[in-house]
Design a protein around this ligand. Sequence first.
Ligand code: SAM
Length: 277
Amino acid sequence: MTAQLFVVATPIGHLDDITYRAIETLRNVDLIAAEDTRQSAMLLKHFNINTPLTACHDHNESHKIEQLIQQLLAGQSIALISDAGTPLISDPGFKLVRAVQAHNIKVTPIPGACAAIAGLSAVGLPSDRFSFEGFLPSKSSQRLATLEQLKNENQTLIFYEAPHRILASIQDMITVFGPDRHVGFAREITKTFETIKKTTLAELAQWVESDRNQQKGEIVVIVAGATEKVDLQAEKLDHILQRLLQDVSVKTAAQIAADLFDIKKKVAYQRALELSQ
Ligand code: SAM
């Protein structure tokens, strides 16, 4: 194995979600740099991996980098892991990867679980374009300011949130995005109490408030982009026009749809015409 840094994803709950390649890499490297060595020791024990561990976390990353670079330059291979999921994704590692790259040492990703992607894959919101926003600020005033900047973003927004802040964050989202914005809630993904739900922000706030269990564990909140409502409206318009066109003329269908959707008759007529062909 040529000396290199492997960035290895580990499970976000269910231990079976580690890849064969991750296990093999963790067994074969000379050293594993872990966010929390005690936590990672349990994972390694489970998979019978005996590679030595060293701590590399937010508080010692800058100082640790030099030591790890020296080991890599000396020909040792190192794997970087975090407590769960993919390192660098709301986890330490960026400074290390950048420094290793600057020394022309190879950095190899060993992909696997990531809560943001797992959540996005199951909540049923548009996934063609999305923005990973990580954790929102803990102070409400700063959180509102951050959300305000995202208000008109039309791609899906992915947030990580701590359980004790979930309700306050959802309430701030209602303030900025409005109560009807669609939202996905992915809690305890791959674990016993896994909960995946798609609803509106107002309904989510009510539900999370009334069921305290929803304020526990690990949570990903996925908010539909600013255009999602428009898309839905368009879908509904098509549906109703198609039904109307079975019984009435294009002109009448357009008139009824324009009244129902409070849109210009010309717009409804154009769409009705397209659908009738
Ligand atoms: N690096 C990790 C990843 O790849 O997803 C994320 C680490 S970040 C410190 C931890 C946050 O990720 C949690 O607060 C939660 O928002 C989210 N998270 C991690 N595991 C999760 C799970 N099983 N279910 C839902 N969210 C999870």
